[in-house]
Design a protein around this ligand. Structure first.
Ligand SMILES: Nc1ncnc2c1ncn2[C@@H]1O[C@H](COP(=O)(O)OP(=O)(O)OP(=O)(O)O)[C@@H](O)[C@H]1O
Length: 225
């Protein structure tokens, strides 16, 4: 298999635990480059645990997994920050630095990941803000933005280092339906430009409105269509 056609996520016979508690057993699934996949399942069915495994926040004890080129069953702790640069992570709670402007929030991440040139930083920030359709001033503080605008900044932040996949855990969970649709449009635009998206959601209206492959956490298993 050539590198270019290799899936961005591949799990084989993986067992996922929270401490001693088995959450998901014998997980086998893959996500191709540029795919859009929903992750659904009841509260407590293991969606967040599965996502945490993908960004190496939960350790894989059995089976194998490869994400964005990194083999998680063999990954060294020192490589985890590099894995996470190839993955964009978006949570329900916005987790912006509240004492810094939009621009400063984004600069902070770029500097932490090795960017130094001011012009490059400014250019990349304006690119990602355009990508998420944020019309508002980059000088604004998070509290001056609506929930939908804050979530756009979080998505922009996740896109800064051109990840192969965006992993989103309930990204519309705190937003009203109209704003949720706008955020879905942002994810669709990003996906159409080639980034894979894995989105955990409880919002089944989104599944009808924006159809895509569905992966389910159910009865301690991952069922992939
Ligand atoms: N840090 C933790 N320590 C121990 N058990 C945990 C921890 N986090 C989650 N669990 C347990 O693991 C199981 C799966 O939880 P997980 O959060 O992955 O489910 P979920 O499908 O994401 O739920 P939700 O839709 O409510 O976010 C649950 O039984 C939960 O109680």
């Amino acid at each position: 298999m050539s590198i270019s056609s290799e899936p961005v996520v591949m799990l084989e016979r993986a067992d996922i635990y929270q401490g001693d508690k088995p959450v998901l057993a014998d997980v086998n699934f893959h996500i191709d480059k540029g795919e859009f996949v929903y992750l659904i399942g009841r509260t407590g069915s293991g969606k967040s645990s599965l996502l945490k495994t993908l960004y190496a926040d939960l350790w894989l004890q059995t089976g194998s997994a490869k994400v964005a080129g990194y083999e998680l069953h063999k990954i060294k702790r020192s490589d985890i920050p590099f894995l996470r640069r190839r993955i964009g992570i978006v949570f329900q709670d916005f987790q912006l630095l509240t004492d810094r402007s939009v621009e400063e929030n984004l600069t902070f991440v770029l500097r932490a990941t090795g960017w130094q040139d001011k012009a490059d930083i400014a250019r990349r920030i304006s690119e990602v803000l355009m990508q998420v359709g944020l019309g508002t001033s980059p000088k604004k503080m998070p509290h001056q933005l609506s929930g939908g605008e804050q979530q756009r900044v979080v998505i922009a932040r996740a896109m800064l280092n051109e990840p192969q996949i965006l992993i989103a855990d309930e990204p519309t969970g705190n937003l009203d339906p109209e704003v949720s649709n706008q955020i879905m449009e942002v994810f669709k635009t990003i996906n159409n430009a080639g980034t894979a998206v894995l989105m955990a959601t409880h919002d089944y209206t989104l599944l009808d409105k924006y159809p895509a492959r569905i992966v389910r956490c159910e009865d301690g298993e991952v069922k992939s269509s």
